[in-house]
Design a protein around this ligand. Structure first.
Ligand code: ZN
Length: 392
């Protein structure tokens, strides 16, 4: 069963030289067997079993949200309101979510997770990464990654999120638990290992120990780095060959060089700066240095409770100096690179047919009309999963 989507006002393929941003006007695209089979001018499109008229609207690769914390219970609106009233953000606020998550049933956690996953899909996200990190016991981390694996293949073990209060600051003892029994219980359900390398969480040596153990267990490394201040996280990421260093808000010149030479993706999370009222990272400095930049939501109940990639694209353009093309590339192809995936984030022939049709004629509308729902339809692996007949 093949589907022709034609009369596309702007088709963003990200199939330029080296996988860079590329788009064509008056385009068409053919989906066959869940994959992109053909793209080109609408006037020369081949026939297909089914036909969708895009009526001049834009079609983009589905968003790839490479950083999200969706397995949790409770909410922290009061903490957000206090922060907006002048109370500074600290990593320790995570503890209140840990308490609520441990007290929740599997069914409650799964319902919240599925609600957020549906919310993401409604905003055009066709792939998302999901971390554990609010359980922080062997049993609670194991059920967190097992629940995450029900909704995405991109599951990250983040036992090293913070040291839970019952350890009374005995970080070494907790790190031993994380890289021993907790990792053994979680690795079968996870693809990635992550650590929050920051003052108030884990230092460089602790991060190295956790990531090395994860790698030995068959997981691939990624890291929370340089969010709240300068620190060693980015250097550790480059050292261990991490797929991505996430946040990158406070970077030295040596950090930028390390990202550029290691190929580690810098994943920027502008919703966090928005929601914590912190200075935004300098995306242009990274791009000038040749660093691959991804944009993700960091959807979590504390520092940033948005699931909206379009919102993050708008912030990246308005607050981090990115062009609309750079921001859309980073939210699609950039996210795919941060997850080491070459089948998503672009619409070249052979790519998985993960598509978003906007209710707008070009990708620029994502930043031009911030806060306005603009997702008209979503296809995942070639199947229309949102939008129904309204897309036809
Ligand atoms: Zn995070």
């Amino acid at each position: 069963m093949s589907t022709l989507i034609t009369n596309i006002g702007e088709l963003v393929t990200n199939a330029g030289p080296g996988g860079g941003f590329a788009a064509m006007d008056d385009a068409a695209l053919v989906i066959d067997d869940g994959r992109v089979a053909w793209t080109g001018p609408a006037a020369s499109a081949p026939a297909a079993d089914d036909r969708v008229d895009a009526a001049g609207r834009a079609v983009l690769p589905g968003f790839v949200d490479s950083h999200a914390h969706l397995v949790f219970a409770g909410e922290r609106a009061a903490e957000f309101a206090a922060r907006m009233a002048g109370v500074p953000y600290r990593a320790g606020g995570i503890a209140s979510t840990v308490t609520a998550t441990r007290a929740a049933t599997d069914a409650q956690l799964e319902a919240n997770l599925r609600r957020l996953a549906a919310e993401m899909l409604g905003q055009g996200t066709t792939t998302f990464e999901c971390k554990s990190g609010y359980g922080l016991t062997v049993a609670d981390e194991a059920r967190s990654v097992a629940l995450a694996a029900r909704v995405t293949p991109e599951v990250t073990f983040l036992g090293a999120h913070v040291v839970p209060p019952e350890f009374g600051g005995a970080t070494d003892r907790y790190v031993d638990l994380v890289r021993g029994p907790m990792l053994r219980a979680c690795a079968p359900h996870a693809r990635w290992v992550d650590v929050f390398c920051e003052d108030g969480a884990f230092g460089a040596d602790e991060a190295r120990a956790v990531l090395a153990a994860g790698i030995a267990a068959g997981l691939m490394p990624r890291i929370h780095a340089n969010q709240l201040g300068p620190g060693p996280g980015v250097q550790v990421a480059a050292e261990v060959g991490a797929a991505s260093a996430d946040h990158c808000t406070f970077l030295s010149d040596a950090d930028v060089d390390a990202l550029a030479s290691s190929g580690t993706v810098a994943t920027l999370l502008p919703g966090v700066e928005f929601s914590t009222r912190q200075p935004y990272p300098d995306a242009r400095r990274l791009l000038r240095a040749g660093v691959t930049v991804a944009i993700a939501t960091d959807c979590n109940p504390g520092s940033c409770f948005t699931s909206s990639m379009p919102f993050c694209v708008a912030l990246a353009v308005r607050e981090m100096g990115m062009t609309t093309r750079q921001a859309v590339w980073s939210a699609t192809a950039g996210g795919a690179r941060a997850l080491r995936r070459d089948d998503i984030g672009h619409l070249g022939a052979g790519a998985r047919a993960d598509l978003v049709m906007l209710a707008a004629p070009s990708h620029a509308y994502l930043a031009y009309r911030p806060g306005v729902p603009q997702v008209a339809a979503v296809w995942r692996a070639g199947r229309l999963v949102l939008g129904g007949r309204s897309a036809r």
